[in-house]
Design a protein around this ligand. Structure first.
Ligand code: UT7
Length: 331
């Protein structure tokens, strides 16, 4: 029988500091009404403190996951971290976390796919389970977007927030688990959404800092257009390939970038709003963090055997969808 990879546990973490729309009204020329109407975001979380990188959130989320699963850190085979805000360019944030939590038998890496980071990481991890090579792989989606956001730019600072979710992937005991995936990339998207400096093309200098080249650059409308089309298409396509009708889908867990993009995706899939899991209002766009944070928030609502569609679109461009059958009930 084919080995399937199943999510068997979840941990999550969002920092305690809340940045509300009212706070942003005092920082840039914006209003709560504009932000709510255009994005559906009311507040987001910010990780404060000097020297506090994404690993701070990941350690908390993975610790919670290990505790909930009563899992010995020595039994973890691998840790994949989807992020575009690693603690350092190198070494990987995965290494920092495995050392901090005593996962001495695990190896891993960071995976850069922007808002599709969790989907790419989950699919990558699943390959190691499906081949039979590994039994316990932790997959993280984490971003500290506040580290790369210009809080004088109203077009980006209202959207993003910090947060992290972590899942345990194990061989499924039954037919549940990851059933199918469709992942895509188009490097031509770079022009519309990127961070200019800090990599090898534009190493950090006083000039790159002066020119604000270390912040997210986004052409909102262009990204919006591509996001609406591609996230909707890939979500509908994966349903079609697996003969899933709207009634067969229990929930859509879509990347939380903009409520309007999620609504368009649900409409293309033909599913009602009661099947669309949302937490964008409270966390904003946490990039790689959004989908595992949805699982973290809605874990109790998910039932064994539920057909879930996960879908995302983000910088790169990267996008895709996963069809997975949920594999446990929460007591
Ligand atoms: O997760 C990674 C992928 N990213 C995304 O999926 C984001 C995709 N893009 C979007 O979600 C939307 O494009 C935004 C939320 C970024 C912007 O919404 P929009 O409806 O596309 O607004 P717009 O850029 O067309 O701007 C409309 C107006 C402009 O003013 P004028 O030129 O019409 O006078 C903007 O300057 O709204 C203005 N504006 C704002 N006004 C108040 C832009 N940002 C703000 C703001 N507050 N924060």
């Amino acid at each position: 029988m084919k080995i399937r990879a199943a999510i068997t546990g979840i941990g999550g973490y969002v920092p305690p500091t809340v940045l509300s729309n009212q706070d942003l009204e005092k920082m840039v020329d914006t209003t709560d009404e504009w932000i709510m109407a255009r994005t559906g975001i009311r507040e987001r979380r910010i990780l404060r403190g000097e020297g506090q990188g994404a690993s701070v959130m990941i350690i908390e989320a993975v610790k919670q996951l290990l505790e909930r699963k009563n899992l010995d850190p020595l039994d973890v085979d691998m840790l994949i971290v989807g992020t575009v805000t690693p603690d350092h360019v190198f070494p990987s944030t995965s290494n920092i976390v495995t050392a901090a939590l005593g996962m001495k038998n695990a190896w891993g890496f960071d995976l850069s796919a922007a808002c599709s980071g969790f989907l790419y990481s989950l699919v990558t991890a699943a390959q190691f389970i499906e081949t039979g090579r590994y039994k316990k792989v932790i997959v993280v989606g984490a971003d500290k977007m506040s580290a790369i956001i210009d809080y004088t730019d109203r077009t980006t600072c209202v959207i993003f927030g910090d947060g992290c979710g972590a899942v345990l992937l194990e061989p499924s005991a039954d037919e549940n688990g990851i059933q199918d995936f469709m992942l895509h990339a188009d490097g031509n998207g770079l022009q519309h959404l990127h961070m200019k400096a800090g990599g090898s093309a534009w190493p950090s200098t006083a000039e790159t800092v002066d020119k604000k080249m270390h912040f997210v650059y986004q052409e909102g409308q262009a990204v919006y257009k591509h996001a609406v089309y591609n996230m909707a298409e890939v979500s509908a396509n994966i349903m079609e390939r697996n003969n899933l009708k709207a009634d067969d889908v229990a929930y859509l867990l879509a990347h939380q970038a903009n409520k309007r993009i999620i609504d368009a995706t649900a409409s293309r899939m033909g599913i009602g709003s009661e099947k669309v899991l949302m937490n964008i209002e409270r966390y904003g766009n946490t990039t790689s963090g959004t989908i595992p944070l949805l699982m973290w928030d809605y874990e109790k609502q998910l039932k064994k055997g539920d057909n879930l569609i996960l879908s995302a679109f983000g910088g790169g461009f990267t996008w895709g969808a996963i069809y997975l059958r949920w594999s446990y009930d929460t007591n």
